[in-house]
Ligand binder design. Structure first.
Ligand code: NAG
Ligand code: NAG
Length: 294
């Protein structure tokens, strides 16, 4: 009796420590996003503090990343807490953010767009709007850095009322967004009123390839590199070589080394062992992008 209890206890301790290793092995911190749009509660300072608490150190955002209402001139905003984020499963909304010159999403590679933000009948997964001071529109966001961004899987991109914002119009958004459901689609960005500044210096000379300049900011480390192979139209935007046989599997994001779901660089949805899947099976739970057996 006692022995059995000990064995059970032993297993309990062992099994749970094995589990722990499994979870810490992925250096991921999963965080839950929000769905409040431009809303917030409490004071602007509380709101900023709660954004910091929510997203500090996160690598994977389950849901939407809404960075809004950073427009109190008396607060010294610092958004370095966003710098580890690699993947957002919903949309990214940046709005009413007037008190920062630059925002740097240093690591963000994939905006999945599993949920989109609807504006006048269109579905968006990256929205940047209202980024200058209401009373002094010459003060506001000047650069939005997404140097690691490789794919916006679903949804379009919207810029609206960013009179100081530079360089976003040098980015070929169609290349970043050509994903599922977008065959023959070349209309992925919508520039609304005062979408960006017309008074910007050109991209650094280092950022010019084949006569086209593309950058996220005024520094040569912020050139928008075109990693893309020209994929066959039958591919969903990512491929490992030219032609029909070169398409990555549908479950891949960013790129792949071969045609199967075992060859993806990053999974579009979830990862189960060494393969990408669209949903985690029922016998598992999810931690960040990983399906883990119960
Ligand atoms: C895509 O672009 C081409 C050339 O710029 C244009 O002729 C075509 O109508 C566009 N397609 C869509 C669906 O907007
Ligand atoms: C996308 O949304 C569906 C339905 O809400 C959900 O089942 C699925 O897990 C989501 N995928 C990701 C990658 O979040």
């Amino acid at each position: 009796m006692e022995l059995r209890f000990l064995v059970l206890l032993g297993c309990f301790v062992l099994c749970s420590s094995v589990d722990l290793q499994e979870t810490t092995k992925y250096e991921d911190k999963e965080c839950h996003g929000t769905s409040v749009g431009f809303g917030y509660s409490g004071t602007l300072r509380n709101h900023y503090e709660s954004l910091k608490n929510r997203y500090q150190g996160c690598t994977f955002i389950h849901g939407n990343l809404e960075i809004t209402n950073l427009d109190d001139p008396t607060i010294d905003y610092d958004l370095t807490f966003l710098s580890e984020i690699r993947y957002v499963s919903g949309y990214v909304l940046i709005g009413l953010v007037s008190e920062l010159d630059q925002i740097n999403f240093k690591s963000l590679e994939v905006i999945r767009g599993n949920r989109t933000y609807r504006v006048r009948g269109d579905e968006y997964s990256l929205i940047v709007a209202l980024t200058s001071r209401y009373n002094s529109p010459h003060l506001g966001l000047q650069e939005l850095h997404l140097p690691a961004l490789r794919e916006i899987v679903e949804g379009k991109v919207l810029f609206l009322q960013n009179p100081m914002l530079c360089y976003v119009n040098t980015i070929s958004w169609d290349k970043l967004t050509k994903g599922l459901n977008t065959v023959g689609f070349n209309n992925s960005v919508h520039y609304g009123a005062k979408a960006y500044s017309n008074n910007c210096p050109p991209c650094p000379v280092e950022c010019e390839f084949n006569g086209i300049s593309s950058c996220w900011g005024a520094s040569s480390s912020l050139c928008r590199l075109d990693y893309g192979l020209e994929c066959d139209d039958s591919c969903n935007g990512v491929c490992f070589m030219k032609g029909r046989e070169g398409c990555c599997h549908d479950f891949c994001s960013i790129g792949c080394t071969g045609p199967t779901q075992y060859d993806c660089q990053v999974c579009r949805d979830f990862k189960m062992g060494d393969q990408c899947v669209s949903h985690c099976p029922e016998s598992t739970y999810t931690v960040s992008q990983n399906c883990i057996d119960f």
